[in-house]
Write a protein that binds this ligand. Structure first.
Ligand code: ZN
Length: 470
C-alpha cells in the first residue's frame, strides 16, 4: 500500500479498487478490480475489463492488500457485553444464572450502549454482519437496531416470542404474534436491519407458539431462530417435558425449514442430522462456545459432507473473525479428525466459506451479502497480506484460517461505506462508548443478582491454595 493511502481516499461515492488479491467464491485472484457504487458492488472483473467498462473512474491500486468478504457471525447476543468474561469457567446453561439476570437490568439506554459496544467489537473483528438471537431485556429491540445502524453493522435481529417465560415476559400468544408481525413490517425494508423471529429455546414456548412463530417468519421471508440441542441438560429437560429431544420436537411440529437457523446443534443424533437435511434447516456452528462452555462440538465437517446448511457463530464469546475460523477448523480436528485420521478436516476453504457466503445463506441473506459479486452489498474487508506470516504465500485461503489476525484488517466496509479504519470507527467515537460501558458495568452487574459458580482468576488461586488442590 502506498504510504499516502488514507481513509479519505476510500470515502468517495464511487470507488474502483484494485487489490493485490480479490477473494472470489472460488478463491483468491490477482489482477482483478471492483467498482463500488450506491452501496453495492456495481461491477467485478479483471482490471482490464473494469477499466474499459468504467472510463470515468480512476483505479485505486491496493498493493499488498486482499479484498475479501466481511465475516458473517451467524449467532450472537449483542446485549451481553457486560458479561463476556463473567461467563468464563461456568458450567452449562449460563443463561439461567448470568444472561437472564443481566439482561433483566438493561433498560433502553443500556441495551443501546451494550449493543453499540458489541457492534464495534464485531466490526473490529472483521464481521460486517451479525445475527442477533434476540434479547430478553426490558429495553426494546429498537434500541439494538439503533445501535447497529449507527455503528454501521448489518444485523439480522431476532425478536423473542417466548410464551412460556424462559427469561422473557410471559404474555398472551396473540399479543406476542401481533407484536412480532408489527416488528417484521417495521424493519422489512431497512438497508441494514433484517428482522427475524426467535424463541430462546424450544422449551420456552408452547407447541402452538413454536409452530406459529416459525410459520409467521416463513411467510414474511424472515428467519426463525432458536437454541437447540446445545447441552445435555436441555435435551433431557425436553425429553421429560415433551418426550422428544428439542430438534425432534421442532421437526414434529413442522417448525423446521429453509427459513430456520438453529443455534448450536452440538448434540445431534443420526436421525436428527437427517431431519436437518430433509427440512433444509440451517445451523449456527459455534466452535468457541463449545470450547468455553459446551458439552460437545457440532459435527460441522459431517454436516458439510451431508449438505446440511450452516454458518459459523461466536455466541457472544469473542468477536474475532479470524480466531473464529481458526477455532472452527481446530474444533473439528480435535473432536473428529484426530480419531479418523482426517488431516484435511474440510480444508481451509470450508471454514472461510461458511464464515462468509454460506453463513449469509444460513442467515437468510443470500443475494444480499456474503461474497464479492456484482449486485451484492459491498460488505468487505481490506486485509494487509504483506506481512511475514503470509510470506511466502502458497494457499492464501487456508493461511487466512490458520495465520490470519484481526490486526491485519485495514478497513471495514458495510454497504459500500467505510466504517472502520485500522480498528476504529471513522464517523463516531468508539472509545467514548467503550469508556461509558466500563463506567456503567459495575452498577449494572451488581444490580443483576448474577449467580457465578466459578471465581475470578485471583480468587481461584487463593481458593485452590487453601484447598491444596494444586
Ligand atoms: Zn446463544
Amino acid at each position: 500500500m502506498p504510504a499516502d493511502l488514507s481513509p479519505t481516499q476510500l470515502t468517495a461515492p464511487e470507488l474502483m479498487l484494485a487489490p493485490d488479491q480479490l477473494m472470489l467464491r472460488d478463491g483468491p485472484v490477482p489482477d482483478h478490480a471492483v467498482v463500488i457504487s450506491g452501496g453495492k458492488f456495481a461491477d467485478v472483473g479483471s482490471r482490464a475489463q473494469i477499466n474499459a467498462r468504467h472510463p470515468h473512474l480512476v483505479e485505486l491500486p491496493l498493493p499488498g492488500k486482499l479484498l475479501m468478504p466481511g465475516f458473517v457471525d451467524a449467532h450472537h447476543h449483542l446485549t451481553q457485553t457486560f458479561g463476556k468474561a463473567l461467563a468464563f469457567g461456568e458450567p452449562s446453561e449460563i443463561f439461567r444464572r448470568i444472561w437472564v439476570p443481566l439482561e433483566g437490568v438493561l433498560d433502553d439506554e443500556l441495551v443501546y450502549l451494550t449493543a453499540k459496544a458489541a457492534a464495534l467489537e464485531s466490526l473490529r473483528g472483521g464481521f460486517t454482519t451479525v445475527v442477533d438471537a434476540g434479547t430478553r431485556a426490558e429495553g426494546s429491540v429498537a434500541a439494538i437496531a439503533k445501535a447497529t445502524k449507527e455503528a454501521g453493522l448489518r444485523c439480522v435481529l431476532g425478536f423473542i416470542c417466548n410464551d412460556l417465560g424462559g427469561g422473557a415476559a410471559v404474555a398472551d400468544r396473540d399479543i406476542i404474534l401481533a407484536r412480532a408481525e408489527a416488528y417484521l413490517a417495521r424493519w422489512r425494508d431497512d438497508d441494514l436491519v433484517h428482522p427475524s423471529l426467535a424463541i430462546s429455546i424450544p422449551e420456552a414456548a408452547t407447541a402452538a407458539m413454536l409452530r406459529e412463530t416459525s410459520a409467521l417468519a416463513a411467510r414474511a421471508g424472515a428467519i426463525f431462530q432458536s437454541h437447540v440441542n446445545e447441552h445435555l441438560v436441555a435435551v433431557e429437560r425436553s425429553l421429560a417435558q415433551v418426550k422428544r429431544r428439542p430438534l425432534e420436537h421442532l421437526c414434529d411440529l413442522g417448525a423446521l425449514g429453509s427459513h430456520v437457523l438453529i443455534a448450536h446443534g452440538t448434540l445431534v443424533t443420526p436421525s436428527e442430522l437427517s431431519m436437518l437435511r430433509e427440512t433444509n434447516t440451517a445451523v449456527a456452528y459455534n466452535p468457541v462456545a463449545s470450547q468455553w462452555k459446551g458439552n460437545a462440538v457440532a459435527p460441522a465437517t459431517l454436516m458439510a459432507a451431508l449438505g446440511i446448511r450452516f454458518g459459523i457463530g461466536t455466541d457472544g464469546t469473542r468477536s474475532d473473525g479470524f480466531r473464529l475460523i481458526d477455532a472452527a477448523e481446530a474444533a473439528q480436528r480435535l473432536a473428529f479428525g484426530l480419531t479418523t485420521g482426517d488431516s484435511s478436516c474440510g480444508g481451509g476453504w470450508t471454514w472461510l466459506e461458511h464464515a462468509t457466503i454460506r453463513g449469509a445463506e444460513a442467515s437468510g441473506l443470500a443475494g444480499i451479502t456474503g461474497e464479492i459479486a456484482t449486485g451484492l452489498n459491498a460488505d468487505f474487508l481490506l486485509v494487509d497480506i504483506d506481512v511475514p506470516e503470509f510470506s511466502p504465500s502458497w494457499d492464501l485461503t487456508w493461511e487466512l484460517v490458520r495465520l490470519g489476525n484481526r490486526d491485519q484488517i485495514v478497513a471495514v466496509f458495510v454497504a459500500g461505506r467505510l466504517r472502520l479504519w485500522r480498528g476504529w470507527p471513522v464517523d463516531w467515537d468508539g472509545r467514548a462508548v467503550m469508556h461509558e460501558i466500563s463506567s456503567r458495568a459495575s452498577v449494572a452487574v451488581a444490580q443483576a443478582h448474577i449467580e457465578r459458580i466459578h471465581p475470578v482468576s485471583k480468587l481461584h488461586r487463593a481458593t485452590a491454595l487453601k484447598r491444596k488442590h494444586y
